[in-house]
Design a protein around this ligand. Structure first.
Ligand code: AMO
Length: 429
């Protein structure tokens, strides 16, 4: 029997000189210089060099080494030695080596950056072994934790709402139908209506979960299943929510910049490494600026990614656009004067990362907005009924987690920040 892993590769430092350790992982590289041989072992956190030396290393290990291949799964018990020449100033001299599983030659090259995206996604689980992917998804997990902590500090409670639903919230054409016994139901596009209803009891809620959109777009930033971070709070308006988002983003950017060295090692240069205030740019002002730049854009138009990128020239890589024309926003958005709304988008590196608003909390106003958009209030009766029983003023945001990670890390495609993307032409693996 092989022993339990005692250390991650990153924990093997020169300070452990002389200590016996057990590491476990995959064979990244084998180098045979005759009397001295090297095995570079990879685990999630990095690499460590295992050094075999004639006269010092047991013969059995030399024999096992000669049969090893890349990506074989190994456990090594050995002694740490500080070293001037080894990478990271440390190596392990093995006392025992176990091969837990053999690997066939891989279907794609994980040792260089040559494989194309389609091949990578076809063999995603293998592709995820690449150090660059390990860095992206490890950091994504830290970012998620930071978001949870930020919301926890503001006394939001984490909730889960149904993903099988019967009413559309973000536009009827984009729902995936599912067969629900003898009726048709849909996959949820957003927890919008549930999170609003929950402000009448739990006051401040957030949810991190999948959202489904049957959009036919096949772009670098659209997915048909994405992770949505949603928050909603009673007795707050959109400025309060932007303040929370701003605080949260500062914490996230601090984490990203902390990881700067590690990211550089895998060729990632984050788009944002420091963040003070996030500018809140009026929609009207954005339109003016774009016209100055020569864009043929009118009041009432949505902004394209190209336009949002152009605006970075004025506002930097992270900015809010606020007070959109009411008709550009969903029915639940609170109006303000001049056909505008108490709404905002958060733009990072030209991509819309989050959007939100103060919501309508009065039933009559909500019905009016539905009718304005050609929606039949009768179809929303079970939602509207809640507004009769003490619905507080409230506001919130919805944030696309995959887009956030891609934008912050300057990845050119949201799929790079998604373990198993679902897009127009991909439902497996
Ligand atoms: P919205 O539709 O703008 O708002 O979505 C919120 C955020 O979710 C992300 N997102 C997507 N990410 C990847 N692929 C997609 N197809 C996709 N669609 C959306 C974006 C976007 O900013 N209920 C409102 C939020 C609210 O007002 O609280 C909503 O869903 O990053």
């Amino acid at each position: 029997m092989y022993p339990k892993k005692t250390h991650w590769t990153v924990e093997i430092t020169p300070e452990l000189h002389g200590r016996e350790v057990v590491v476990a992982g995959w064979v990244w590289e084998l180098r045979d210089l005759g009397k001295i041989k090297f095995l570079v072992l990879r685990d999630r956190e990095g690499f460590v060099q295992i050094t075999l030396k004639a006269g010092k290393t047991p013969d059995q290990i030399f024999k096992t080494f000669s049969e090893l291949g890349r990506e074989d799964v190994v456990v090594v018990r050995g002694v740490v030695e500080a070293s001037k020449i080894a990478k990271r100033g440390v190596e392990i001299f093995p006392l025992e080596l176990w091969v837990l599983n053999k690997a066939k030659p891989l279907p794609l090259d994980i040792w260089s950056e040559t494989a194309d995206l389609a091949t990578r996604l076809r063999w995603r689980s293998v592709d995820l072994k690449r150090p660059r992917n390990l860095a992206v998804f490890s950091l994504a997990s830290r970012i998620l934790k930071e978001m949870r902590n930020a919301l926890d500090e503001e006394r939001f409670v984490e909730v889960f709402t149904p993903k099988i639903i019967v009413t559309s919230t973000e536009g009827g054409a984009e729902l995936f139908p599912v067969l629900y016994f003898e009726r048709v139901a849909y996959l949820s596009q957003s927890p919008q209506l549930y999170k609003e209803q929950l402000t009448a009891s739990l006051e401040r809620v957030f949810e991190i979960g999948p959202a489904y959109r049957a959009e036919k777009h096949n772009t670098d930033y659209h997915l048909n299943e994405f992770i949505s971070v949603d928050a909603e709070a009673a007795f707050m308006d959109y400025n309060d929510i932007m303040n929370i988002l701003e605080k949260m983003m500062r914490r996230i950017v601090a984490v990203v910049s902390e990881e700067g060295g590690k990211l550089a090692e895998v060729g990632i240069t984050p788009a944002v490494t420091e963040l003070q205030k996030i500018p809140r740019v009026e929609y009207d002002e954005a339109i003016d600026k774009l016209r100055q730049l020569g864009y043929a854009v009118n009041w009432g138009d949505d902004l394209s990614v190209e336009m949002q990128k152009a605006l970075m020239k004025f506002y930097g890589p992270v900015y809010f656009i606020v007070n959109f024309p009411a008709m550009l926003r969903p029915f639940y958005t609170k109006r303000r004067e001049g056909d505008r709304s108490e709404s905002y988008d958060l733009i990072i590196n030209g991509i819309e990362i989050a959007s939100g608003a103060t919501r309508i909390h009065r039933r009559d106003e909500l019905e009016e907005e539905m009718k304005r958009r050609g929606l039949d209030p009768r179809l929303f009766e079970s939602h509207l009924a809640i507004f009769d029983y003490g619905m507080p003023p409230h506001a919130g945001f919805g944030l696309g987690f995959n887009r956030l990670v891609a934008a912050l890390l300057n990845l050119d495609n949201v799929r790079h920040a998604t373990l198993y993307p679902r897009d127009r032409y991909r439902v497996e693996p």
